[in-house]
Design a protein around this ligand. Sequence first.
Ligand code: UDX
Length: 439
Amino acid sequence: MSLRITVLGTGYLGVTHAACMAELGYDVLGMDIDADKVASLTDGNVPFYEPDLEPLLRKHVEAGRLRFTTSYEEIAAFGDVHFLCVGTPQKFNEYAADMRYVDGVIDGLAPHLSRPTLVVGKSTVPVGTAARLADRLAELAPAGSGAELAWNPEFLREGFAVEDTLRPDRLVIGVRSSGAEETLREVYAQAVAAGTPFIVTDFATAELVKASANAFLATKISFINAMAELCEASGADVTQLADAIGHDSRIGRKFLNAGLGFGGGCLPKDIRAFMARAGELGVDQALSFLREIDAINLRRRAHVANLARDACGGSFLGKRVAVLGASFKPNSDDVRDSPALAVAGQIQLQGATVTVYDPRSNENARAVFPTLGYADSAQKACADADLVLHLTEWQEFRDIDPTVLADVVAERSIIDARNALDPVAWRAAGWTYRSLGRP
Ligand code: UDX
C-alpha cells in the first residue's frame, strides 16, 4: 500500500509540499492550527500568489486526494510520514530564529504517535535542532523510538515553488537509520528514478546544507552589489562586469544581478539566524563576514533613496514619486522584508508623496504600509510623477512603452533599481534614465 503523507503547517512551504505530494500520487492530509486557513484551503483557495499552485491544489482537493484538518489526532492516525513545514521567523529584537512553531508541532503531534512513523523536518532551522527534536519525539511519543525523525531541507524558490518541489535539483536527507533513508527513497521515488542527486547525511550536515546554501546565495548577491558600488565610483558598468565574470564556469552568471539587493522571507532572516547559531557554537568569527553581506545589502536601499532624493533636486518636499513594484521579487505577492517597500517607506518619511503599484502585492503592501498611496496600474501610479522608481522587475514593467508613460508623468525621470529596463529605449523617449552600477 502506498505511503500516506501528512504536512504540518500550511504556509508557503506546506501548501506547496502538500499539493505536490498529492501530484506524485499520495493521499495527503495537511494540518494547520488556523481553522480559517484550513477552511479556505479545503475550498481550493491558496492564500498567496504562486504560479501553478492553485490549480494543482484544486485538482487534488476535488479528487479527494488532498484534505486539510486542524487535528493532530487525525494527522497521527492517518499518516505514515509526517512532513514538518512550519515557519522559523526571526525573533523579535534578536538575530536568532524563533523555534516556537517547530517545537509546537512536535509537542502537539508526538503524544498521538502510537505506531512506528517517520517525522521529516523541512523547515530551515539552526544546526542542532534535529538532534534535539529527535530526543523530544522519542520521549513524548507512545511509540517511543519507533517515532523517528529525519531532516530534509527545502530549497524551493518563490515563483517556482511547484517546479522546484516536483523536480528538485537535489534531495538532501539527514537520517539516523537505514529505515528512515528507505522510507524517504520511497517517498521521492520518482525524482530518484529521474536521476536527482540524493544525498544522505547526518542531521547536522543536512541542516547546515540549507543554511550555507542561503548564505552563499546572499553572498553572491552582495558581492555583485559591492562591485556595483565600485562601478559607480569609477564609471564602470556592473552588468558587463557580471556577464564577463559569469562566463567563468567556476563563478557562473546566476545570482549576479546587481540592484536593490535581496529581501523576502528567507535570505535576510536565514543569514542572521546562521550568525546567531555560529555565536552559540563559539565560532562567530567563521560567519562574521555575513554581517558585511547584510550591511552591503541594506546599503542598497539607502543608496536608492539617496539617488531618488538627488533626482528630485535634493529634497522630496512637494515631490510626487511613483514606485513600480512592492513584492520582494517578481512573480510573487510576498512583501516580507521587501527592498522595494523599504525604499518606498523611507522616501515617504522624508517628505515625498509616494504612489505604489505592484501587479500582485498592493493589498499585502497596504497592510504593512497603509500610509503609502496605491494605484491599480503603472500608468495611474505614474500620473504627474516627478520621479519613477522601478524597484521590482516584473515583466509587466519591462514591457512598458516609455513613450506612452512619458505622456502621463510630470518629469521624465526614472531610476531603474533592478537594472532590468532598456536604457537606450528609455533615453530615446526623452527620459533621464539612471540605474545602479552602470554609467
Ligand atoms: C531563496 C532561495 O533561493 C531558496 O533556495 C530558499 O529555499 C529560500 O530563499 P526566495 O526567497 O524565493 O528563495 O528568493 P530568491 O529567488 O532566492 O531571491 C531572493 C532575493 O534576492 C530577491 O529579493 C531577489 O530580488 C534578490 N536577487 C536575486 C538579487 O537581488 N539579485 C540576483 O541576482 C538574484
